[in-house]
Design a protein around this ligand. Structure first.
Ligand SMILES: Cc1cc2nc3c(=O)[nH]c(=O)nc-3n(C[C@H](O)[C@H](O)[C@H](O)COP(=O)(O)O)c2cc1C
Ligand code: SF4
Length: 678
């Protein structure tokens, strides 16, 4: 019997949880037709198999039609949800994991132009900045209806066999009642704290009446809105106590802060560069004050911090949610004493940002997450071991090497630089994005375990590759910045990479032309403005940095606004000319023929990369497939069989930015998808 505090069982009423690690509720936007079907089930079952004690499914499963699915939430108001949830629950139970589901009414935190186009409702007309809908103020019949909807949805979940439910209060309808900022109703549902809590207790009583006292019901709520005029810490403590004293709930799942704006959400769910476990002590205070079962998650990405949270008595169950997106086998690796093998969550928040902008949560550096039906988290050995030569040790090359080596192939990696990492190494130079380097470091450690032969400082030519006598060659050489976008003055500009690498020193008065709209442009702006320079970011897009999604934008804005950076949208840099010691930048617009001019001393262009593909084209005639990829086989998980050149001595593939400028996830996805079947 282990004495690891994390691996001790926990008793919640009649339910024995096998250890102290849970996945908190998070909607990955995987439902199909609003239901948790195959993809959804496979995602949770993978984590159940690997030992997580409790998976809180859904995120904000909607109890009512007028809580439309703003990020493809589960529709808990439909009866057909019972069958799908039962299948998911049964399969997770088969592997020893407990399953609960989070239910909610989003109130104003949604949009009226989703689902059935019903007006969104709240206890006031105040709009939520993040979702923008102006709500209808709830009437008595709305409240009666929604209380009934909660009870119906809870009953459906009980019928599906889940171990319990959690109501989502923070930011959603329940908390909209609690907070004076969003509730201007008269008594009995507005005014005093007890009045503002009345709706929640009505809902809880209705659920108890329908589902009984044995059914496990918890509440996820903020203990401190941390917002002027909002619910204070003292009120949060009072609410915690009242929830316990009510006898209507079985656990408290505590968060801290508010989610009505992107910066608020980002403080509540911190991302890379922000402090780890910032609200753990606060959750611990609530547990100490109430002596009631307390759950909590907020950037506890590593096992040591999670262990501390339990050992120090701050929590009963510790949430490691994004940590499980990055590595679903986290618990198994703890049990097996293989903590070093855990793929680290680097806080990139590609997962969460994507549910709004990209449609589905994918992990930046685990391409199998959310694709469990087709992509493996455990790599199977190949039937025939081969010699695989990989050129380039950026994210694509490193993932290819990791997967190929895990399949038992003999792998050689040739890299021009003296270290692995490619673009990630450049990104991680920024203190705030330092965690990114773990994407490479983890792969390097995995490759070393599998005996991959790395040859750094090796600028590979075709002959060098042929000398390794490969069966397969993977070109993962990445790309180089492309800045030649001007009618005049291409020689007068530098790239965002030049700034990030330190090859070019920041100027004093700098114009950044960013039409790639990705991290590189903002990172360069951050670096330049830190030096005290004046910075203007110009983009032809409707908003700047469209590829840097909502929560990822927050730290940049905090830094850049403080330094008075200028953001100029809908203008395009056309030309740069030298005038003495200054540069004259001419801006044009896609909307008209208007021109504007700027006098600056440095112009930085961020326009993505162009593939570094000379080697690929040099090797192509020597290959048996002439570089061709069978997309049908690639996407259906079949073996690549194309043979175009009988004289070809090896098969040739290229992946990542060596094909076209994309992002880290695309590079890693390219590699896993191809290599798992080679
Ligand atoms: C893709 C995604 C969707 C989420 N959706 C919800 C949600 O619907 N309801 C909720 O209470 N929390 C949601 N969360 C927040 C998580 O439950 C958790 O609090 C957060 O990720 C911080 O914990 P972590 O650092 O362990 O990931 C979501 C998180 C992610 C990554
Ligand atoms: S995308 Fe980033 S934050 Fe999300 S799970 Fe993956 S590593 Fe963690």
């Amino acid at each position: 019997m282990t004495n690891d505090p994390l691996l001790q069982p926990y008793q919640l009423k009649h339910l024995t949880l096998r250890n102290r690690i849970m996945i908190t509720s998070h909607e990955p936007a995987y439902p199909e037709d609003g239901m948790p079907k195959g993809r959804y089930r496979a995602y949770h079952v993978e984590r159940a198999k690997a030992g997580v004690a409790l998976t809180m499914t859904a995120g904000s499963a909607a109890v009512a039609r007028d809580s439309p699915p703003v990020f493809n939430n589960i529709l808990a108001w439909k009866d057909e949800v019972v069958g799908w949830m039962k299948q998911l629950t049964d399969e997770c139970h088969d592997h020893g994991a407990a399953v609960m589901i989070q239910l909610t009414h989003l109130g104003r935190r949604t949009r009226w132009d989703k689902g059935d186009w019903l007006p969104v409702v709240a206890p006031s007309h105040e709009r939520e900045a993040a979702h923008r809908a102006f709500p209808k103020r709830l009437e008595d019949w709305d409240m009666t209806r929604i209380i009934g909807d909660f009870a119906d949805a809870a009953e459906r979940m009980k019928a599906a066999g889940v171990d319990g439910i959690e109501l989502e209060a923070y930011g959603h309808l329940l908390e909209q009642f609690w907070s004076p900022l969003t509730n201007d109703l008269e008594a009995p549902y507005g005014g005093s704290l007890d009045n503002r809590l009345r709706f929640t207790f009505d809902v809880l009583r209705a659920i108890r009446k329908r589902c009984g006292d044995e059914f496990i019901v918890g509440l996820r709520y903020t203990g401190d809105q941390d917002l002027p005029g909002g619910m204070t810490r003292a009120e949060g403590m009072e609410v915690s106590q009242k929830l316990k004293d009510s006898g209507l709930v079985d656990f408290l799942n505590v968060v801290k802060g508010h989610i009505d704006t992107d910066p608020g959400l980002t403080d509540l769910i911190p991302i890379q560069g922000m402090k780890n476990a910032p609200h753990l002590d606060f959750a611990g205070e609530i547990r100490a004050a109430t002596g009631f079962p307390t759950f909590h998650a907020a950037k506890i990405p590593d096992v040591a911090t999670a262990r501390h949270a339990i050992a120090a008595g701050k929590l009963d169950m510790v949430g490691m949610t994004r940590a499980h997106m990055a590595d679903p086998h986290l618990v198994r690796k703890i049990v097996e004493g293989r903590e070093d093998d855990i793929r680290p969550c680097v806080g990139a928040n590609y997962c969460l940002d994507r549910i709004y902008q990209g449609g589905m949560a994918f992990c930046l550096h685990n391409a199998a997450t959310g694709r469990e039906e087709t992509m493996p988290h455990d790599i199977a050995p190949a039937a025939t071991p081969r010699r695989i030569t990989i050129v380039g040790a950026g994210p694509a090359g490193m993932e290819a090497a990791r997967v190929a080596a895990a399949r038992g192939h003999a792998v050689t990696v040739l890299e021009a630089a003296d270290r692995p990492g490619g673009q990630i190494r450049l990104t991680a130079q920024d203190e705030r994005r330092r965690e990114m380097i773990s994407i490479i470091a983890w792969r390097m450690a995995q490759c070393e375990k599998h005996g991959v032969d790395f040859r750094f400082n090796t600028y590979a030519e075709a002959d060098d590759i042929l000398a390794t006598a490969p069966d397969v060659v993977i070109v993962a050489t990445g790309g180089l910045p492309h800045t030649e976008v001007l009618s005049t003055g291409n020689d007068l500009v530098c790239s965002a990479w030049d700034i990030l690498s330190g090859d070019v020193k920041p100027g004093r008065n700098v114009l950044i032309f960013d039409d790639a709209g990705d991290h590189a442009g903002l990172q360069a702006a951050d670096r330049i403005s830190t030096s005290g320079a004046a910075v203007e970011i110009v983009t032809p897009d409707r908003s700047f940095a469209p590829e840097v999604m909502a929560m990822n934008l927050v730290p940049y804005m905090r830094a850049l606004q403080a330094r008075d950076t200028t953001f100029t949208v809908t203008w395009r840099l056309l030309a740069v000319t030298r005038e003495g010691n200054t540069l004259r930048a001419t801006l044009g617009s896609d909307y008209s023929d208007i021109r504007r001019e700027r006098l600056v001393d440095q112009v930085v262009v961020n326009h993505g990369t162009r593939p570094l593909d000379d080697l690929y084209f040099a090797l192509k005639p020597h290959s048996s497939n002439l570089g061709e990829v069978d997309y049908e086989a690639l996407t259906s998980g079949a073996v690549q069989q194309i043979r175009r050149n009988p004289q070809g001595r090896f098969r040739l593939f290229r992946i990542g930015d060596a094909v076209a400028a994309r992002n880290t996830h695309a590079a890693i996805h390219d590699a896993l998808r191809l290599l798992k079947d080679l």
